[in-house]
Design a protein around this ligand. Structure first.
Ligand SMILES: *Cc1c(COP(=O)(O)O)cnc(C)c1O
Ligand code: SF4
Length: 335
């Protein structure tokens, strides 16, 4: 019933009504007992839309969706090797708001805003204000792409690129589609899982009409994020000819066991999404408690290989600074 009332609202309303009070969240979930182990961050505050909260289990302190958003005291423990900018991205901006690390594709951070704040996020310390492409730099971006004929794909990222309005997003699409050498536009977004109504008809129709291939990489970490309602919206996106892929971050205590990963792949497939990447955690400050050691991650991967069809196996990768691709993890190291 509560669920139904929330999902009747349009996505902008849902976005503005996201829960930012830790007390409110704990009361809603009947978990006031957790008050002791959480804190109120000054930066990268807690933020979670209600539609996502309805997918959490009431009374379960170990809920895998709750753990992704609840600011745990452990974030405040400094751990050697976990730093503010683990990918040294601040050094790879040829133009404000553009990252060019890989030969054929560039990534644009078109907004710093996200619908949800994921505690493991590697961009949580990123200075978006200093790094947002303004309309003035759009010209520079077009010129840069023209000067680099190897670039065939532009990735819209952020923040979450679907947190901006359709009007602003369509302006980006118009600009990119006018660049002849581009064949593909990709969106990396978590919004379809957090507020499925974001995949509204206006957006899907616009994407279906694009002259470019449209790829949408959703960031789903657990099968519980895809309920029937979410699945319906994802299938609509598929029907609009959008290639749907998923990337997951391996998170200790949330999804680092074989049953959880198998369920995730199967649930994604049922919703029309193929697994793409399984990322080892980027070593960002405040997220050390989500990290699992490499050996157990590799063992997990072997167990998945034995259970899943090849087309439902994500690639196990880690991102390393100054490498021209996401680096496949050497799974033969232990077998
Ligand atoms: C991840 C990433 C890409 C895309 O890489 P794929 O392997 O094509 O998914 C492109 N640019 C940057 C800066 C990235 O971090
Ligand atoms: S949606 Fe993505 S960019 Fe935003 S906080 Fe979560 S992981 Fe970070």
């Amino acid at each position: 019933m509560i669920n139904h009332l929330i999902t009747q609202k349009n996505w902008q309303t849902q976005l503005s009504e996201a829960i930012t009070s830790i007390d409110e969240l704990l009361v809603l979930l009947g978990l006031e007992s957790l008050r002791e182990q959480v804190y109120t961050p000054e930066h990268f505050k807690m933020r979670v839309p209600r539609a996502f909260v309805t997918k959490m289990r009431v009374g379960d302190a170990d809920d895998p969706l709750l753990k992704q958003v609840l600011p745990d005291n452990q974030e405040q423990i400094a751990v050697t090797g976990y730093v503010a900018d683990p990918l040294a991205e601040n050094e790879q901006n040829p133009i404000k708001g553009m990252l060019h690390k890989y030969e054929s594709r560039v990534l644009l951070t078109i907004t710093g805003a996200c619908a949800i704040h994921c505690r493991y996020c590697f961009r949580q310390h990123f200075d978006y204000n200093a790094n947002m492409p303004t309309s003035a730099v759009q010209e520079d971006i077009i010129a840069y792409i023209n000067e680099h004929p190897d670039i065939s794909e532009v990735i819209l990222s952020g923040g979450d690129p679907l947190s901006i309005s359709n009007r602003r997003l369509f302006a980006w699409l118009d600009t990119l589609e006018s660049i002849e050498q581009l064949t593909t536009i990709r969106l990396h977004t978590r919004l379809p899982l957090v507020i499925p109504e974001r995949l509204d008809n206006e957006l899907l129709e616009r994407l279906a009409q694009s002259r470019c291939h449209i790829v949408m990489v959703i960031h789903c970490n657990h099968a519980n994020e895809i309920d029937e309602h979410t699945s319906t919206y994802l299938k609509r996106a598929r029907a609009a000819n959008i290639m749907l892929l998923n990337q997951t971050v391996l998170l200790a205590g949330i999804n680092d066991d074989v049953d959880t990963q198998v369920d995730l792949s199967l649930r994604l497939f049922a919703a029309g999404v193929l697994p793409y990447y399984l990322h080892m955690l980027d070593k960002v400050k405040g997220a050390a408690h989500f990290d699992a050691d490499e050996r157990s991650n590799i063992e997990l991967y072997w167990l998945m290989l034995a259970k899943l069809p090849g087309y439902l196996m994500p690639k196990l990768v880690r991102e390393l600074p100054n490498r021209p691709f996401k680096v496949p993890v050497d799974i033969y190291k232990i077998n």
